[in-house]
Ligand binder design. Sequence first.
Ligand code: HEC
Ligand code: HEC
Length: 467
Amino acid sequence: MFKGVDMSKEMKNVLLATGLACLSGMLCMMSLPLRATDLPAAVVDADYYDAGTPNPEKVELGRALFFDKILSGNKNISCASCHHPLTYTTDRLSLGAGEGGQFHGAFRTTGLGDSAIRGRIGRNAPALFNLGAKEFVRLNLGGINEQTAAGLRLLSGRFTPSGLDNVLAGQALFPLIIGAEMLGQAGENDVVDAVSSSTQSGQRGASSFPAKWEVLVQRLRDVPEYVSYFQSAFPDVDSAQKMGISHVVNAIAAFQAAEFRSDNSPFDHYLRGDTDALSGAQLRGMDLFYNKANCASCHSGKFQTDQNFHAIAMPQFGPGAQTLGALEQDDTGRQGVTQNTADYYKFRTPSLRNVALTGPYGHTGAYATLEGVIRHHLDPAQAFASWDRSQVRMPSRSDLDAIDFKVVDDPNRSQPIVLANELAPMDLTDEEMGDLVSFLHALTDPDMLDLRRTIPTAVPSGLPVGD
Ligand code: HEC
Ligand code: HEC
């Protein structure tokens, strides 16, 4: 009767299903390959800000702002340029071409003439799924923007505006005033050249941030459609003058939280009790992930991240993070934020929701495939040494190409990255690797496969909505 059936697979299905039954309170005396306690609890509305339903007017305003190039100094780039819904809230590049680049994704160029990019962006543009979940308390790959018990701690320090809804709103303040991302270069536009009238302290330090934000808000006040949008989204805005940068970023955060919430994957269905939601290979992969392969020691919790920082020796290339005290082309990760030597080369454990859609992988986008980045974890030192740079995706330009690989090509510079690695070598058979990849595909939410519904047909400034 069972001839031709893979018994071990069938048995495991049954055992995993029983595991869930135990969770839901039934008496269970079997010993299980995967204890229910190993799995995270299912995602619920209460995990998100505003119980997962932000004010719809705020979301609509945020949608316009996320796509409107009016918020960039030279009116040539928006949040969507690097986090486009058509490429699953990322840009499909290892390292992006920011302000001055043209077109999107695989077609993006470094731009033309005087307005061409000055350098690459130092890190891979991360996906934006589920960032409206309250557990994402540290944003950016080194966690520079944090929600702490004492309040928000942001890159702007004491120049942080008041009235921010959450750290996701706080994060949105910074692409606007970073030269390579949206601001542009000194002398190019009114935003970058704005300085605080009280300090006149040049264009670099945080003291000039409020002046720059104010020029951007004034651009929005000058567009009547925006004024009415702000008035309907915010009760405290009864005139254009009351519009402030906090309203701008609160709306952008509400848009991201609402549209990129993603908890409808087969794995979510499984956790909610649908034991048929996962295939045999996905169940075996889940077992590996939460047990033998130990992935969940870092990729833990509801979104497969411990919200913490670990060193796993990802290949470092491109211009680097340019943080305080860092050498050119270097990126010391969390250490650049804390200045603590124990944090060298640690990056935030990425959430693995929709990860099958969001390559290339790692903080520089060093790996083109899921299997490649998982194999890296099995022996980071060896993987670093034999890393194949031909998989890197970014537009070529000779002066940029010339500095791209200085760290990986110099043993003295790459050795500290490899030595900081925390992962012990591990063996997986090819079959186990296949099962793990299958499990990661079970984290793909079908609602996120076509995000065209999130893209506005036009924005109030009248600037083109495209790349
Ligand atoms: C030029 C490309 C570019 C543009 C434009 C851009 N971003 Fe990003 N974004 C990035 C990169 C790269 C990072 C990672 C930065 C880091 O870790 O230091 C990032 C990080 C983020 C994060 C943190 C994600 C996380 O998991 O911690 C959020 C949220 C985000 N961006 C939203 C936005 C919004 C909103 C805008 C527009 C106001 C925007 N971005 C504009 C490239 C871009
Ligand atoms: C020691 C903690 C740790 C363990 C254990 C771990 N990871 Fe990771 N993982 C990370 C960190 C940190 C990164 C990002 C590193 C970087 O960007 O430099 C990462 C990146 C990834 C990525 C790329 C995601 C992206 O969006 O770029 C995947 C996929 C992944 N891990 C899967 C796994 C799997 C599968 C396992 C188990 C075999 C595993 N990880 C075990 C810490 C860990």
